[in-house]
Design a protein around this ligand. Structure first.
Ligand SMILES: *Cc1c(COP(=O)(O)O)cnc(C)c1O
Length: 374
């Protein structure tokens, strides 16, 4: 044991409210014995989240992955349909395309947004005019270029699904990410900006489709006294206990976004001058939640040097997502673009962005990183 071992600094860890809002709602679930995948917390969490992001309807589900799956289903994606998907993302974005036996075509990022390149998307539409849906990601809480992408989807009359798992609290030109497309999804996994321990939300302005998603998520039980099923069902509903945590967390979302912004500004101010360092892009139309602060390193200090130096001090950091078209499982699917996402993966590093981080800890992270430049 190192006596000098300091308390671990996390990339992003659960951060419950100081006020105990979450426990209040969880206690209510216990007191009323609504320990089930339905109840007041589920209904109210849906209403409160929909109001927060400015969407007409929401369905609380067991995970963000489940929400993506049901979004694809709601958009009519079936066997052998083509879905354009951001390549620079977590595998949870792409996996549900396979659950539907559909075919992903991965789309490159651009340097301006780190997200789906409108240029590559346009190329993909030319190559695959029969495409069924576009599934884009707002990476690390940065917004994709929504004006251009929604225009392309409208022009080709193709459904747009936004994976906003990392971007709850992010606004593009004043409108919340996840509400531009036909469907949006959010995640409340343990490392997200707010968490329920695990959970997700599907949002849409189409209230009928959301009602349908709730139906699928509760085993597709037809209206009948006996158990009757005319469609394939899923067990994807959020528990009323978990939804209580979500209601409490939603009350502190704005505080979390403010702290994530503070962390990003801190790193950028203290590290931006270093040779080869470039921070994730900022666009005047973007108001990011800065879920994770990330930078690229193209000088003599490489991402692995930063990660190793931080790990030695018990500080967590991570490479940028490895693109899906480079993953052994997804290699056989087509990719449209150049080498942007690959370069971001090779040069990118995510810095500790935990909302419980103190100024003293931020100073330590900065000091360790600056030290690598000698
Ligand atoms: C976390 C995440 C998901 C999956 O959400 P879960 O709730 O963990 O299923 C999907 N897409 C992206 C981009 C994510 O970061």
């Amino acid at each position: 044991m190192h006596h000098s071992m300091k308390e671990r600094i996390f990339l992003s860890s659960p951060h419950m409210s100081d006020e105990g809002y979450e426990q209040h709602y969880v206690k209510e679930a216990f007191d009323t014995n609504w320990i089930a995948p339905l109840g007041t917390n589920v209904n109210e969490f849906e209403n409160e989240l929909a109001a927060k992001v400015g969407s007409k309807a929401a369905a609380a589900l067991s995970s963000g992955t489940a929400a993506i799956h049901l979004a694809l289903k709601a958009a009519g994606v079936e066997k052998d349909d083509i879905v354009f998907c951001s390549t620079l993302t977590f595998s949870a974005t792409a996996n549900p395309i396979i659950y539907q036996n559909a075919i992903p075509v991965f789309i490159d990022s651009d340097y301006e947004t780190w997200n789906m390149s409108p240029k590559a998307l346009e190329e993909a539409f030319e190559k695959y005019p029969q495409v069924k849906a576009v599934l884009l990601v707002h990476l690390y809480g940065l917004s994709a270029d929504m004006d251009q992408i929604t225009a392309l989807c409208k022009k080709h009359n193709v459904a747009l699904i936004e994976d906003a798992a990392e971007s709850l609290g992010t606004y593009y030109k004043g409108q919340h990410t996840g509400t531009f497309g036909d469907y949006g999804i959010f995640s409340f996994n343990g490392n997200k900006i707010i968490t329920t321990s695990g959970g997700g939300m599907l949002v849409s302005n189409d209230e009928e489709r959301i009602a349908k998603a709730r139906f699928w998520a509760t085993q597709s039980r037809d209206h009948a006294r006996h158990y009757q099923h005319s469609e394939l069902g899923f067990n994807y509903r959020m528990s009323n206990v978990v939804a209580g945590i979500g209601r409490g967390q939603l009350k502190v979302l704005d505080d979390r976004v403010a702290k994530k912004n503070y962390i990003y500004d801190f790193y950028k101010r203290e590290l931006d001058d270093l040779e080869g360092v470039e921070f994730m892009p900022s666009n005047e139309w973007d108001q990011p939640n800065y879920w994770l602060s990330a930078m690229t390193l193209t000088g003599k200090v490489r991402p692995i040097d930063v990660m190793e130096a931080l790990e030695k001090e018990n500080i967590e950091s991570r490479p940028v997502w490895k693109p899906m078209h480079m993953q052994p499982f997804f290699e056989k699917y087509d990719f449209v673009g150049t080498d942007v996402s690959e370069r971001l993966f090779e040069t990118g590093v995510c810095l500790p962005s935990d909302t419980k981080i103190t100024d003293e800890q931020l100073d330590r992270v900065v000091e360790i990183i600056r030290g690598l430049w000698g």
